[in-house]
Design a protein around this ligand. Structure first.
Ligand code: NAI
Length: 482
């Protein structure tokens, strides 16, 4: 029998925090302990200044913290006292050694396995919440059973896979009403324990149970399919720019087909976030490990197209600004990889800003939730040098625009739609350029103000008229004056 009133989650990050807060809220009869070795993170979880921003998260944490939700650095105690242990640690792409740049770095997952083996005093259910390569559960099981055998005790560990499908920015809503919860495992009783927890708020028909490997692989495939849609529409946006089609119109028409659906069909500067690229690279690596070269190459192309999109978008900016941005102030709206989060991991803004700065631009970033330290950390993680006199964070969008040659929109924050662009325009150098990397603003209205707007996936017919107009007027002037 498995007692089920104590839950421990190892890893208090973007997934562990919101997920466990939701379980605590929906299951007042359970006690949830979240443990992490990162002391600063834990102390922020215990303060009013939470380490991550998610709409609605603060309220839930406030309601449960100190009642049935606890944050601590005491991993040992958490493991000892829990009956169910979630592993929600990071699984980044390996930066060195075998599989560098593709394979998932499983050292944190492995260390969780070893920690549990070390501290577990009785039988427990161990749940993979992290996104992991297929067959990772087997590795965890081996670490646990080898240590068991060595110590001669007779504890049982049931390993389940329970990948998380939440999206940053909408995590709390996604957790509250998930499209599905996926549970993979071999032991029906252990699966039943986890099903019963979710059934406190998720309709049972949305709780899908399957075997371990299908569950692990499904998470990688879901992310690969989502990212694939972004790369697909982005490739079409380039074709639209050449032909006079408008990618928004194409998305609308294509997405109206119920077999395709309208979501994830927005052309943009490219996808970012800690997951899409890492999970696809991981999928590619797994394909290659099994000798499936063509299959791996197929998915690799999704990542390559995304990199290409970031480069072409930035090249277009430099080209439009008369082929040089040296010493030019560029206002960058948004640095987070998407709206409603402060997360900058793998944000497309990184490459865009880097390219602009390498060409000599002075980049002034405004983002409502990103701190400059986090942005600089991400540059460092990618081995990119930043000259701090070229990379400045503004406290408002207006300040960023003052004296700027161009506005570059990189994150789809709602507030960017509501600004007084007339006012911004009056403070900018002329011609004033606007590059909409999210295709989210009112382009016709901006053109009317006087901006030269570059949308994604749409040829610049408007300015060509503008330009012709100007040439004609300029040309007719001498006649009129004589
Ligand atoms: P994160 O980096 O925000 O959090 C992971 C935490 O685990 C860190 O705070 C780290 O200090 C802690 N940690 C690592 N090893 C530890 C150990 N041995 N003992 C104690 N603490 C340890 O990562 P995030 O974004 O929460 O992702 C976690 C997993 O969930 C990854 O596998 C990711 O692919 C997956 N995932 C992420 C989603 C997202 O939107 N961020 C969505 C769905 C899945």
């Amino acid at each position: 029998g498995i007692r089920t009133n104590r839950i421990c989650c190892i890893g208090a990050g973007y997934v562990g925090g919101p997920t466990m807060a939701t379980i605590a809220l929906k299951c007042p009869h359970l006690q949830v302990d979240i443990v992490d070795m990162n002391e600063e993170r834990i102390s922020r979880w215990n303060s009013d200044d939470l380490p991550i921003y998610e709409p609605g998260l603060g309220e839930v944490v406030k309601a449960c913290r100190g009642k049935n939700l606890f944050f601590s650095t005491d991993v040992k105690k958490g493991v000892e006292e829990a009956d169910i242990i979630f592993a929600s640690v990071n699984t980044p792409t390996k930066t060195q050694g075998v599989g560098k740049g593709r394979a998932a770095d499983l050292r944190f997952i492995e260390s969780v396995g070893r920690t549990i083996a070390q501290f577990a005093n009785r039988s427990k259910i161990v749940i993979e919440k992290s996104t992991v390569p297929i067959k990772t559960a087997e590795a965890i099981a081996r670490v646990l059973s080898a240590n068991e055998a060595a110590s001669g005790s007779r504890k049982n560990f049931w390993i389940l896979s329970n990948p998380e499908f939440l999206a940053e920015g909408t995590a709390m809503a996604d957790l509250d009403q998930p499209d599905r919860v996926l549970i993979g495992g071999q032991d029906q009783d252990a699966i039943g324990v986890l099903v019963d927890i979710y059934a406190n708020w998720v309709p049972r028909e949305r709780i899908l149970c399957t075997n371990l490997w299908s569950s692990e692989l499904s998470k990688l495939v879901a992310n690969a399919f989502l990212a694939q849609r972004v790369s697909s529409i982005n490739s079409i946006s380039r074709l639209c720019e050449r032909t006079g089609a408008d990618v928004k119109e194409v998305s609308r028409a294509v997405g109206a087909d119920t077999r395709i659906g309208p979501k994830f069909l927005n052309a943009s500067v490219g996808f970012g976030g800690s997951c899409f690229q890492k999970d696809i690279l991981n999928l590619v690596y797994i394909c290659q490990q099994f000798g499936l070269e063509e299959e791996g190459a197929y998915w690799q192309q999704v990542v390559d197209m995304n990199d290409h999109q970031k480069v072409t978008f930035t090249s277009k900016i430099i080209q439009a600004l008369f082929n040089t941005v040296t010493k030019k102030k560029i206002a960058v709206f948004g640095f987070a990889f998407k709206k409603d989060t402060g997360d900058v991991r793998e944000t497309p803004a990184l490459l865009v800003c880097d390219m602009l700065m390498k060409d000599g631009a002075i980049v002034h970033v405004y983002d409502p939730k990103v701190a400059i330290e986090d942005a600089l950390q991400e540059f460092k993680y990618h081995d990119l040098e930043v000259n701090q006199s070229q990379f400045i964070f503004s406290t408002s969008a207006e300040e960023a625009c003052d004296g700027a040659h161009a506005i570059v929109v990189l994150t789809e924050w709602d507030e960017f739609k509501k600004y007084d662009y007339q006012k911004f325009y009056s403070k900018m150098m002329k011609p004033a350029f606007l590059f909409d990397g999210r295709n989210m603003l009112d382009h016709a209205g901006l053109e009317k103000i006087g901006f030269e707007v570059h949308a994604l996936g749409k040829a610049r017919v408007a300015t060509e008229h503008h330009h012709q107009d100007f040439v004609m007027r300029a040309g007719s002037k001498p006649l009129g004056t004589s």
